[in-house]
Design a protein around this ligand. Sequence first.
Ligand SMILES: *Cc1c(COP(=O)(O)O)cnc(C)c1O
Length: 369
Amino acid sequence: MIRFADLPAEFQAIRDEVFEAITPVMESGQFALGFAVQQFEEDFAAYCRAEHAVGVNSGTSALHLALLAAGIGEGDEVITVSHTFIATIAAIRYTGATPVMVDVDADTYNLDPGRIEEAITPRTRAIIPVHLYGQPVDMDPIMEIARRRGLVVVEDACQAHGAEYKGRRCGSIGDLAAFSFYPGKNLGAFGEAGAVTSNNAEYADKIRSMRHWGQTRRYYHDLPGYNYRMDGLQGAVLSVKLRHIEAWTGQRRERAAWYDELLSDSPFRPPVVQPDVRHVYHRYVVETDEREPLQEWLTQHDIDSGIHYPTPVHLQAVHADLGYSVGDLPVTERAASRVLSLPLAPQHTREEIEAVAACLNAFASRGDA
Ligand SMILES: *Cc1c(COP(=O)(O)O)cnc(C)c1O
């Protein structure tokens, strides 16, 4: 069986380091925030080349607090994509603002900057570009529009730890950025966690306060408060894993290059990578008009695959009140019916990647025999 990821194997490789890091947390009793979270925040800000990082309890909370810190709320509109994980839109709705979903680029599956101007209204306050699958969004035109129109940019970097756009790290380009450390992400906690990064000290201070019940000093609550703190144990685990992420990202990129080469004669379109970016391959996604039979074929051959995401957010029942219908975002809808994510993790061997590629190529030639 070739699985998507192998978290137990990843743990075994860093077992001693993890126990060494979590023991002082347990000995100190600093289980909510505390020294290990503070250390991780310093480490992660440096990694993202951002001035501030604030640890929270999930990527969704990170998006929510980033929007609140920027003053987004009822009556505001936030432009983003529908081809994303549901959390991007959920976070907008938590603030009371209205998500305005625009279409993506057919090659990168990322927010198409050419669609932004036509979606702007007098109520537009922010843009959330999502660095989907680990490939950075084309940020220059987005930042240019945002500056000219007075909009805040919140990067959804939940799939893009260490990804780079023109030499700049995701998490340091927009006004704020949200990261997820859900276990399956490129940098995963041993449970739920997330962070906001920013170069703006005022935003960072507000988020530090809001994640901890809006306290400015103990039992004085000046801002809306949430219980969105990061666990001390997660901070300790994440600092350990951060030491390895560059090696793991290198392995992800190497395995992606193997797939590119092994599938070069296949009818499945490999990821289209833009020049001047460092794609971190949270997902390796191929495109095919035979997605369902291909997935079935892989399952029969004991190979995991995934669909990210089968129903775009604008067509989800929970958001029916926004008034979207089938055909509104044709590039998104086409992608949602054609994308298939293949197993790709730092732990996969050359033989495993070859076996997956061979299985895809056998599917493609099955009619020829
Ligand atoms: C994972 C993810 C989130 C949410 O992060 P959680 O930690 O699961 O709350 C948001 N946006 C995207 C694009 C994600 O992949």
